[in-house]
Design a protein around this ligand. Structure first.
Ligand code: ZN
Length: 408
C-alpha cells in the first residue's frame, strides 16, 4: 500500500493540466515533465520496448512468459488533468482509517468534504483516503490509473510464477480535452484489445458511452436605430432565443439520467448584429442521436424560412457509442467481470454519460472497455481516492492478464 501511495503522490505533485485552446500535442509543455518521469520509471521496473513519440505518447511491453500463443492485451491511462480546475501545487492529505465523518480539506477557507453531500464516502469507512487541501484538484483522474498499471506491471515482473501473454501499456496526454486517442498509434500498440483504467468507483466496468456531437449556430442580424426599426431590424439575439425555445425543454442534462439523451446549450454570445450558440448533443442510441441532429437542421430551416437566410449551423460528430464495437467481442468484458468477481469486487456495469478514450480507440479497431481507477469527484477540489480501491484495481489488472492467458 505504501508503494501505491508514494507512487501516486510522485505523479499528482507534477502539474500536467491540459489546455483546450492549444493546438499542440501535448497541449501544454508541462505534460512532458511527468511523461519523461514515466518513461524512466517503466524502464527502471523492467518493462521492455519503452517508447515515447513526438507527441508524448508512451508505450511499453511486458513480454509473455508462456510458450503458447495468447492474445496481446493492453492497459491505457492518461497523464493530463482537467482544464476545469487548477493542478498547480497539489498538496495531498492522507486520511488513515477514515471514520465516516466530515473531512476538513481547508480550515482557513472552511472547505469540507462531507458524506452528507458526497454519500459515496461512507462505503470507504476504515480505508485510507487521499484528498486535496481544498485549493486544487487531486489528479486521481487519471494518475490513479497510471499508478495502478505501473504497480501491476511491477508485480507481474516480480512474480514470474503468474503466467501471462504479451502485455502492452499506453499512457497518453490530453485526454481531458478529448484528444487522448487522436494520435494514439493503434498499429504500433499492437494489442488485440485493451482496457482504459479511467473509471471512478470500485467495480465500475463500462463498455457503453454516449454518441456525441457538437453544434455551432451562427446568426447574422441587421442593426437599425430602434426608433425606426419596424420591418427592418433583424435582432440576432431574438433569433438565438427563438432557436433555443424550439429545443425540447426537458431534454437537458439537468433533467435526464441513465440512457436518456439531451441537448445542452453551453455557450451564448450575442449582439443585434451577430449571435452565436454552442451546444452539444448526446444520446446512447444511434437512431435517436441522428434524430437529434436532424432536429437542429429542421429548426434552422424553419427559422431561415421565417426570417430570411440569417442562420448557419455547423454540426460535428465527436465520438460514438463503443457498444457496437464491443458486443462482437464480449469475452473481453467477461474476462474483466470474472477478474473482479474472483477478487470479491461487485462489477458495476452501466452506460457512461460521457465518453472515454476507449470509445475512440474502439472505433480505431482497438476494442477498449473502461475499468474503475477508484477516484471520486473528478475535476475539482473534492476529488479523493481510497488507496484500497487503487490496490484492488492493481489486483484486477493482474487477474485479467492471468485469465486472458488461461482462457486462450
Ligand atoms: Zn480520466
Amino acid at each position: 500500500m505504501q508503494q501505491i501511495i508514494d507512487r501516486f503522490i510522485s505523479y499528482i505533485t507534477i502539474d500536467t493540466q491540459s489546455n483546450p485552446d492549444s493546438n499542440n500535442t501535448p497541449s501544454t509543455e508541462k505534460q512532458w515533465t511527468l511523461a519523461h518521469l514515466l518513461v524512466a520509471e517503466l524502464k527502471q521496473i523492467g518493462m521492455q520496448d519503452v517508447t515515447i513519440d513526438d507527441n508524448a505518447y508512451i508505450m511499453a511491453t511486458l513480454p509473455s512468459n508462456i510458450d503458447k500463443q495468447v492474445p496481446t492485451i493492453g492497459f491505457i491511462s492518461h497523464f493530463d488533468t482537467s482544464p476545469d480546475f487548477t493542478a498547480t501545487n497539489v498538496k495531498p492529505q492522507l486520511i488513515k482509517n477514515y471514520d465516516g465523518g466530515d473531512i476538513v480539506l481547508n480550515k482557513t477557507e472552511n472547505i469540507i468534504l462531507s458524506p452528507n453531500y458526497f454519500e459515496d464516502l461512507l462505503q470507504y469507512k476504515g480505508n485510507t483516503l487521499i484528498t486535496t487541501d481544498g485549493t486544487t484538484l487531486l489528479g486521481a483522474d487519471d494518475k490513479a490509473g497510471i499508478t495502478e498499471i505501473v504497480t501491476a506491471m511491477e508485480y507481474l515482473i516480480n512474480h514470474p510464477e503468474i503466467k501471462h501473454g504479451t502485455i502492452r501499456v499506453g499512457f497518453t496526454p490530453d485526454e481531458e480535452i478529448g484528444r487522448g486517442a487522436h494520435k494514439f498509434d493503434v498499429a504500433a500498440f499492437g494489442a488485440d484489445w485493451a482496457y482504459t483504467m479511467d473509471g471512478s468507483q470500485i467495480g465500475e466496468l463500462e463498455y457503453e458511452n454516449f454518441n456525441a456531437a457538437s453544434a455551432k449556430v451562427t446568426i447574422q442580424g441587421k442593426s437599425v436605430h430602434p426608433g425606426y426599426a419596424k420591418g427592418k431590424m433583424i435582432n440576432a439575439i431574438s433569433i438565438a432565443n427563438e432557436f433555443m425555445s424550439l429545443l425540447p425543454a426537458d431534454e437537458v442534462p439537468q433533467k435526464t439520467t441513465a440512457r436518456e439523451g439531451f441537448f445542452h446549450v453551453h455557450h451564448i454570445n450575442g449582439t443585434i448584429e451577430h449571435a452565436e450558440l454552442e451546444l452539444i448533443i448526446r444520446d446512447h442510441d444511434m437512431e435517436k442521436f441522428n434524430a437529434r441532429k436532424q432536429l437542429l437542421q429542421e429548426i434552422t430551416q424553419k427559422l431561415n424560412t421565417q426570417h430570411g437566410d440569417y442562420i448557419k449551423i455547423e454540426v460535428l460528430d465527436q465520438y460514438f457509442n463503443m457498444r457496437e464495437k464491443i458486443e462482437p467481442v464480449m469475452h473481453i468484458v467477461d474476462i474483466a467481470k470474472e477478474a473482479m468477481e474472483s477478487l470479491d469486487i461487485v462489477p458495476i456495469i452501466k452506460p457512461i454519460r460521457g465518453g472515454t478514450d476507449g470509445s475512440q480507440l474502439s472505433f480505431m479497431n482497438l476494442p477498449c472497455p473502461n475499468i474503475f481507477a477508484g477516484g471520486h469527484n473528478f475535476h475539482g477540489k473534492y476529488e479523493y481516492v481510497p488507496v484500497e480501491s487503487m490496490q484492488k484495481a492493481v489486483d484486477v489488472i493482474v487477474k485479467i492478464c492471468e485469465l486472458t492467458a488461461q482462457r486462450n
